[in-house]
Design a protein around this ligand. Structure first.
Ligand SMILES: [Zn+2]
Length: 72
């Protein structure tokens, strides 16, 4: 029963030979962490904003006013 494929009962299912150690599991998950968001300075008001986004403080994008914003 256990370890047998449901579709082809005669062929045993592929199963891991060894238990993954804590170190190996940790190494695999090493890159799964969430990175902090990258921030750039707004060219108009120097507030830190995410790249390629309209500044939420002054409403500028690529040197142009595109939305009203809060301070302008
Ligand atoms: Zn700005």
């Amino acid at each position: 029963m256990a370890g047998r494929s449901l579709l082809t009962p005669d062929i045993p299912m592929a199963v891991p030979k060894r238990r993954t150690s804590r170190a190996r599991r940790g190494n695999r998950r090493l890159h799964l962490k969430i990175e902090s968001a990258s921030l750039v300075k707004c060219s108009n008001c120097s507030t830190k904003i995410r790249p390629h986004t309209v500044c939420s403080a002054c409403g500028h994008y690529r040197g142009k006013q595109v939305t009203p914003g809060s301070g302008a």
